[in-house]
Design a binder for this molecule. Structure first.
Ligand SMILES: [Zn+2]
Length: 242
C-alpha cells in the first residue's frame, strides 16, 4: 500500500470544499425550483444503478444525470449477491435494492461494471494474494465461480482481455442474481421492471451493454436504447470479444 503525504490529502479535501462552494453558488442556486420540488414531493427516480465504488466510474457523472434521476448503490465491483432470506445479519446491498424496488418502484435496474476494476482484479488474483484483508475476500467471492472459467480461457487471451471478460461476466452474474429476488422476478414477469448490464471502458471512454440472449457486450449506438438484459444469461460464459 503506497504511503501518501498527509498534506496531499488535505489539499484534496480543500478542493472538495471549494467545489461545494461552486456547486452551491452556481448549480444549487440555479436549480432552486428543482430542489424545492425534490423536497416537497420527495424523490421518484425511475432508474436504480448498481455501480462500483471506484473513483473513476461515477454513474451520475457518466450519464450527466440530474438530482433525483438515479437511485445509486455502490460497492466493490458492483456485485449483487444472490437472494437469501433475512437471517438477522445486515445486508447493505440487498437492503438498498429493496428500497429502490419496493419503496421507490423504479422501472429499470442498471448494473454498471467498468474496466480496470480493482475489485475484479482482486478477485482474479485472490489465490495468489495474502494481503490480510478482512472483508474483501468474502465479498468478491460472490463472483468466485467465474474465476475458474476465466482461468480455462484460451491461452492466447492476454491478462487484460481476461480481466475485461471477468468484469463483464461479473455484471452478467449480478444481473442473474437480481432475478433471484422474488419481488424483482415478479415485477419482470409483470412487465414492470427491466434489468440492464453495462460496462464502461475508462481507457477508451466507451459504454457497452449486455445482450440478454447471448450475454455478449457491444457498444451502445448513439441515440439507441439497448435491449434489456433480463431473462436470459446463456452466453455468460463465453469469451467476450473486445
Ligand atoms: Zn471497480
Amino acid at each position: 500500500m503506497p504511503v501518501r503525504e498527509h498534506s496531499s490529502g488535505t489539499l484534496a479535501l480543500r478542493r472538495l470544499l471549494r467545489g461545494f462552494e461552486h456547486f452551491h453558488d452556481c448549480f444549487f442556486e440555479g436549480n432552486s425550483q428543482l430542489y424545492e420540488r425534490l423536497v416537497s414531493e420527495g424523490q421518484s427516480p425511475r432508474i436504480l444503478v448498481i455501480a462500483c465504488s471506484d473513483s473513476r466510474s461515477d454513474p451520475a457523472l457518466l450519464t450527466e444525470a440530474q438530482p433525483g434521476d438515479l437511485f445509486v448503490i455502490r460497492n466493490v465491483a458492483a456485485l449483487v449477491p444472490a437472494y437469501e432470506r433475512p437471517t438477522g445479519v445486515p445486508k447493505g446491498t440487498s437492503a438498498a435494492i429493496e428500497f429502490g424496488i419496493r419503496a421507490l418502484e423504479v422501472d429499470h435496474i442498471i448494473v454498471l461494471g467498468h474496466s480496470h476494476c480493482g475489485g475484479i482484479r482482486f478477485l482474479a488474483e485472490r489465490r495468489a494474494r495474502k494481503d490480510g484483508f478482512e472483508f474483501l475476500p468474502d465479498w468478491v467471492a460472490v463472483a468466485g465461480d467465474l474465476v475458474d472459467t476465466m482461468e480455462n480461457l484460451a491461452s492466447e487471451a492476454d491478462e487484460a482481455e481476461r480481466l475485461r471478460w471477468l468484469e463483464k461476466s461479473a455484471v452478467g452474474l449480478s444481473v442473474r442474481n437480481l432475478q433471484s429476488f422474488p419481488w424483482i422476478a415478479d415485477r419482470i414477469r409483470a412487465g414492470r421492471l427491466a434489468l440492464h448490464g453495462w460496462h464502461f471502458d475508462l481507457q477508451h471512454g466507451q459504454l457497452q451493454a449486455m445482450d440478454g440472449t447471448s450475454g455478449r457486450f457491444s457498444a451502445v449506438p448513439a441515440g439507441e436504447l439497448p435491449a434489456p438484459a433480463c431473462g436470459c444469461c446463456e452466453g455468460l460464459m463465453e469469451l467476450v470479444a473486445q
